[in-house]
Design a protein around this ligand. Sequence first.
Ligand SMILES: Nc1ncnc2c1ncn2[C@@H]1O[C@H](COP(=O)(O)OP(=O)(O)OP(=O)(O)O)[C@@H](O)[C@H]1O
Length: 326
Amino acid sequence: MRPLLAVDDLAVEFPTDDGVVRAVDGVSLRVGRGEILGVVGESGSGKSVTAMSVLGLVRPPGRVTRGSVRFDGEELLTLPARRLRRIRGGRIAMIFQDPMTALNPVVPVGVQIAEAVRLHQPRLGRAAVRARVLELLASVGVADPARRYGRHPHEYSGGMLQRAMIAMAVANRPDLLIADEPTTALDVTVQAQVLGLLDTARRETGAAAVLITHDLGVVAELADRVAVMYAGRVVEHGDVHQVFTTPRHPYTRGLLAGRPAPATAPGDLTPIQGSPPDLLAPPPGCAFEPRCALGAGRTVCRTSRPERVAAAGGHVSACHLREEPV
Ligand SMILES: Nc1ncnc2c1ncn2[C@@H]1O[C@H](COP(=O)(O)OP(=O)(O)OP(=O)(O)O)[C@@H](O)[C@H]1O
């Protein structure tokens, strides 16, 4: 069946005074209808830039230099801005890490959600729009929505604001939700509530989701499939259970080994040594080679880019020394 979202060989560059940053360099992803794809990887691996490209939100001088982003079969990268705007906030909605960046600080939260509703349902009357906003706010657990309707973003707590953002995102029953670190800025106790709510809202609307996170536990719990990013590329992609139980890429193995397990003492963690490469001058071979337990120093890893290879069940990995499942 045709995937809802198909990203192929996407590349995004940012020209800077020091040279060109190759932030995303050949990313391919698939998201099926109603499915949750978790996207993980260290800071700077290109997760946010990939998400922004899907919605045409990469700001100049950053630019998409190659690739394709098809949503429900339609190419988004060449879509006129006006049509893309109609898809954004409609069939595709985004939730950012910091709601304050997405909201207007001088407009009451309820009014902003009402604007989102009206944008895609212009024939709805004033009272019906307001009723819909109150219903949305109540559905995400915002207490006393009638009173909160007129409050400004700074009068909301971080958790409440992220709830309101979820309400706004699902207002038009999107087919795809893109959530970029939606709970990172929140207290740990609120994080779980907001994630649970996001999942409920998603299930109620039947939306698929791309969930960008640092938290492998969240991916294990919520996602159906996972894409592991490293230095602007997807190094492993597949069913969550399969990838987490039988990782094929040494980077994924390293991430999983470095993951704090409840029963693990801090000293038992084995974080991956070293740091990601400079994206101004990425290495010619495998970007993970200098840090790789298996490939460091090997000629093939230093000199040639590993191709993506698919194994059984659509489990894709890009490694010259790909490990067979154990
Ligand atoms: N406007 C920009 N100008 C120059 N470089 C940029 C710009 N935006 C992003 N980058 C670079 O692109 C790379 C990928 O960034 P991105 O924000 O996608 O990473 P990420 O995986 O989402 O990280 P994090 O987990 O910290 O959010 C980084 O090296 C970043 O410095």
